[in-house]
Write a protein that binds this ligand. Structure first.
Ligand SMILES: [Zn+2]
Length: 1012
């Protein structure tokens, strides 16, 4: 602006020609925004007009050199006088006229040309006589202030350039500008393409230039760096790029994706060389006003400064969360989802296309692929042009064929990464517990291989081969919180069973003795009654809680009486339920006789329980059920059994008396007047919510799952139980033993029992009909004498806490064995990356939910679809679709995908012919991997990446970075693969350092550089 020019360059034409040329230019030239006009002193110009009018070269009105002296305040600053008036003080001449006048007359030495721009002010277009005068300074030295004038139409970038020259800023420094008004508030001038007018920079304001620190931070920002100590701040020197990222709470998915991108050379160099500064797109409605790109640049600059062990990407995370609410929280997310969002956000923030035109896409219509592909790519680039497109975008061909009219539709679509499926194994390994009929054998954990699409019967068949038990004698159940979450039918699909489910397979007795008789499937739960009454729910109730393992057994209908069941259970639980010593019985018998008075109380109780159920056969029960039909109650022992047995411990001469023969005819407190009627069968909704709860600890799940309930058994302790558990007939007893208890030991006990059958004894537990949740409900088994006719029939074995402590061996109950199959380490399936890529290009038929509209048939069709790779980008991201979500199943595929570190060759599967001189080769080398460890919902992300400068591999685990060997890289955790085309690989420029950490504090490298 301050350039001067005085010499006469050309011989002027004749005066008449001069007059005509200048007058024409002055008359015809219009004010066009951005063009320059020049101020000329009015008096000089009038003199010149007179001179050319005379037509006399020697006229005394010769004006001489152009002289604007009168327009300046002084001749030192050449600042324009204030309040000059057009056509009184000066005239405005268009640039062409000025150029001519200057060449004919020259200019007074040292004077600057008074060039002014035509600007577009909100209401008018005019020449800007008075530009904006602004103060300029550096953030690092606010004392040194320079005054400069800028047009309202100058961009911030112009100011930045002037400042860089003025303050001699180094060329590779990254500046950012702030505008400060008199009220001291500062505002970032982010968009350097904006004008002085648009940013409201007014005369008298100050523009401050800040330069990024060598460590990647900004002087004015709070450092985003973790440092071990203050002194490390300036002393740490490491390999640029070898820098951890602090986990901000479940942000490993973000850190893993960032490390892969950070180690993508073309992208990182684009940022390190500040090329992004000129391409920030502040106006793209699809972008994020440049904020994601700037925040990303901050992270990259810091990571590649070589001055940090680890960076805290807090601002970046906040920005990501700001623009994509799904990443706002700190829940665990998918690194691929974040990568996809980030690539898209960076692309739009750096899109060189400021105004996207609408482009109508054309179908191929039989045109050659080459033509259609080039057109598609051209159209894509017309709307999308950025470093992301340059680096990561490729093109694939999609071919749809209508099954009805054979219409073929070909389109070419850009992609940013390839999502390739993993071959899904048709087999599945399941771990289940097998519970034998033999009461003395522990459950055995088996690992069996079943068809993935199989049914429950396939699981039974597989287990049958391992156990030699016929599959027809097995029942499969899902056990959760000590109860059956689900009992499976043999024709149900195995996909209903998740790997984390606890699956128990129960052996059932071969068949009923009496073929006529129907068999009942009995589901048996263990419950413990609380010591305390639940006063809150009606006064006389006790709560119960489930414990231990439930059981499944098949019994003839006739054995489903309380008496029979009591014996069956005693035998079935023999491994961990101790039978009382003979001595204990004596004490009990004696006491029974002393304590008859308790019966009154019990009778009273039963009268209050109209829904009582008797323990024995149907005919009798129907007569005796009801409050008034009381039969004499056997005398009960009210003493604590524990005390009894301790006293009786030495008298072992007495025969064991196992039997309890109490109140057969009595109504038992089967149902409960005081029970909570809200305990219904699980609804659909409860089912799903309890499924979510299943991962929680047993105790949480138990209280949430409603497995406690209140029983209305007044005096529901030992003596009550005796009255409830039904007596047992000897014949039944024998029958049952013959049928289900082949074990010698059990038989021996049974003999003992028979001998003492007539003796009365307090039972170890009482039996209750319950629902599938293990809770007792009002009206269950109403009036029935057998427990129920339904199958499965749910019953609970209710223990008094003291009895349980004494007779129930908890640690034995929990024991199980591992089958040989469990000892073989589980093999991971191995597939080749090439197989996954082939699967990607396999013809598939569209699914019902996602049909294709056939333009010929004019309706939706389940077309066949084939994808082919047409062209590949410089950096190819391959997403291994390990997370498989279908209508029927959700799983993580943990196959090992064997991928090459070098020379991944696509020449075989690229449709576009390569290998010619103009085509790049299609061979790729690995540069980074994002890993996912763990299952569907939880897990941890890390990454392997090769440093672009030293060629070494590193393992990035949040803030921890360790050296890695190539042979570590291929694992079944690999999730995202980054490949770079070989022709673009710049071999390392730095020799691999033996110790790339200068700081003496960290001599341990290579090794963990954990700074958490
Ligand atoms: Zn069709």
């Amino acid at each position: 602006m301050a350039s001067t020019c005085s010499g006469v360059a050309t011989e002027p034409p004749g005066l008449e020609t001069q007059r005509a040329e200048i007058e024409t230019l002055m008359r015809e030239e219009e004010l066009r925004v951005g063009e320059s006009w020049y101020l000329v002193d009015c008096r000089w110009f009038e003199l010149w007009k007179e001179y050319v009018k005379t037509g006399d070269q020697n006229s005394p009105s010769f004006p001489g050199q152009i002289d604007n002296t009168e327009l300046f305040e002084n001749l030192e600053t050449y600042r324009l006088k204030e309040r000059l008036v057009e056509n009184e003080d000066f005239v405005l001449v268009p640039a062409e006229a000025w150029r001519k006048l200057l060449s004919w007359y020259g200019m007074v030495p040292e004077q600057p040309a008074l060039e002014r721009k035509v600007i577009d002010l909100p209401s008018t277009v005019k020449v800007e006589i008075y530009p904006v005068e602004i103060f300029l300074c550096l953030h690092s030295n606010m004392e040194e202030v320079v005054t400069e004038q800028f047009s309202r139409t100058d961009t911030i970038y112009t100011i930045q350039n002037v400042m860089q020259k003025q303050f001699e800023v180094e060329e590779d420094a990254e500046p950012r500008l702030w505008m400060k008004s008199s009220d001291t508030s500062c505002e970032r001038l982010r968009n350097t393409q904006m004008t002085v007018l648009d940013t409201c920079l007014a005369p008298g304001m100050t523009v401050i230039m800040e330069l990024r620190n060598a460590d990647g931070t900004w002087p004015s920002s709070r450092p985003q760096i973790m440092r071990n100590s203050v002194e490390e701040q300036d002393t740490y020197r490491g390999q640029p790029g070898v820098c951890g990222l602090t986990n901000l709470g479940n942000t490993c998915f973000m850190n893993s994706a960032l490390q892969c991108l950070s180690n993508t050379p073309p992208l990182t160099e684009y940022f390190l060389k500040n090329l992004f500064l000129g391409e920030l797109n502040f106006t793209n409605p699809l972008g994020m006003k440049g904020e994601i790109a700037e925040a990303y640049a901050d992270v990259i600059k810091q990571m590649w400064s070589g001055r940090h062990y680890s960076v805290v990407p807090r601002i970046f995370k906040t920005k990501v969360g700001h623009f994509a609410s799904q990443f706002l929280g700190y829940q665990q997310h998918d690194s691929q989802e974040l990568l996809s969002f980030l690539l898209d956000g960076l692309h739009e923030d750096l899109n060189r296309v400021k105004n996207k035109e609408y482009i109508e896409l054309r179908d191929a219509d039989g045109r050659p692929d080459q033509e259609v592909a080039e057109e598609a790519w051209r159209n894509h680039r017309r709307r999308n042009d950025s470093v992301i497109v340059d680096t990561f975008h490729g093109l694939f061909k999609s071919t749809l064929v209508c099954p009805e009219c054979q219409k073929v539709s070909v389109t070419f679509d850009p992609f940013c990464y390839l999502s390739v499926p993993l071959p899904i194994s048709k087999e599945r390994v399941m771990e289940v517990f097998f519970v034998s009929l033999d009461p003395l054998s522990k459950p055995v954990q088996h690992r069996v291989v079943v068809p993935k699409a199989g049914k429950v019967i396939d699981l039974c068949t597989a287990l049958s081969q391992a156990t030699n038990i016929p599959a027809s004698q097995m029942v499969v159940a899902d056990v959760f919180n000590h109860r059956f979450y689900k009992i499976y039918q043999v024709d149900e699909s195995l996909s209903c069973i998740l790997d984390r489910d606890d699956i128990f397979v129960y052996e059932l007795s071969s068949s009923c003795v009496d073929e006529e008789e129907e068999e009942v499937l009995l589901a048996v739960y263990m419950r413990e009654r609380s010591h305390y009454r639940d006063y809150g729910s009606g006064g006389s109730n006790y709560s119960t809680s489930l414990f231990g393992h439930p059981l499944l057994m098949a019994l003839p209908q006739s054995q489903c009486t309380r008496d029979a069941l009591y014996q069956v259970f005693l035998q079935r639980l023999a491994r961990y339920v101790r039978q009382p010593d003979p001595a204990e019985e004596v004490e009990e018998e004696e006491e029974e006789e002393e304590n008859g008075e308790d019966n009154d109380e019990e009778e009273e109780l039963y009268r209050n329980q109209p829904n009582g159920v008797s323990g024995d056969d149907i005919e009798e029960d129907s007569e005796t059920a009801g409050p008034s039909n009381r039969v004499e109650q056997p005398q009960e022992n009210t003493h604590d059994v524990t005390e009894d047995s301790e006293e009786a411990g030495t008298s072992n001469t007495v025969e064991q008396s196992q039997e309890n023969t109490h109140g057969d005819e009595q109504n038992n407190a089967q149902s409960e007047p005081g029970s909570n009627g809200a305990e219904e069968e699980k609804t659909e909704e409860e089912e799903s919510s309890s499924e979510q709860d299943r991962g929680s600890s047993t105790e949480e799940g138990q209280s949430a799952g409603g497995s406690t309930d209140t029983n209305s058994q007044d005096a529901a302790d030992g003596e009550q139980g005796a009255a409830e558990a039904s007596g047992k007939e000897e014949e039944e007893d024998e029958e049952e033993k013959d049928d289900a208890e082949p074990i010698a030991q059990v038989n021996k006990k049974a003999v003992n029992r028979r001998r003492c059958a007539e003796k009365k004894q307090k039972p170890l537990f009482i039996i209750q009909a319950v629902n599938s949740n293990g809770t007792t409900e009002r009206g269950m088994a109403d009036g029935g004498n057998t427990l129920s006719l339904s199958s499965p029939l749910y019953v609970a074995i209710d223990w008094d806490p003291d009895m349980k402590k004494k007779y129930y061996n908890e640690s034995e109950a929990e024991r199980y064995d591992k089958d040989q199959s469990m000892k073989v380490p589980q093999q991971h399936t191995t597939v080749q990356l090439q197989e996954c890529i082939e699967l990607f290009t396999t013809v598939e038929t569209l699914e019902e939910e996602n049909p294709w509209y056939c333009p010929t048939c004019k309706k939706h069709q389940l077309a066949t679809k084939k994808l082919d790779l047409w062209s590949l980008p410089e950096v190819l991201i391959i997403h291994l679709k390990r997370f498989s979500y279908t209508k029927y199943s959700r799983e993580k595929l943990d196959s090992i995908v064997e991928f090459p570190l070098r020379c991944l060759d696509f020449s075989g599967c690229l449709l576009r012919k390569t290998g010619t001189d103009s085509e790049p080769p299609s061979r790729y080398d690995l540069i980074a991997v994002s890993n996912h460890y763990g299952g569907l919902r939880d897990g941890h992300y890390t990454s392997y990446a090769q440093n672009k400068d030293n060629g070494r591999w590193y393992y990035f685990d949040d803030s921890k970075v360790t050296c890695a060997k190539e042979e570590q890289i291929v694992t079944n955790a690999a999730y995202l693969l980054f490949y770079q085309r070989q022709d673009k690989i710049r071999y390392p420029t730095l020799p691999p350092p033996d110790n790339h950490i200068a700081s003496s504090n960290h001599d341990s490298v290579p090794g963990p550089m954990d700074i958490d």
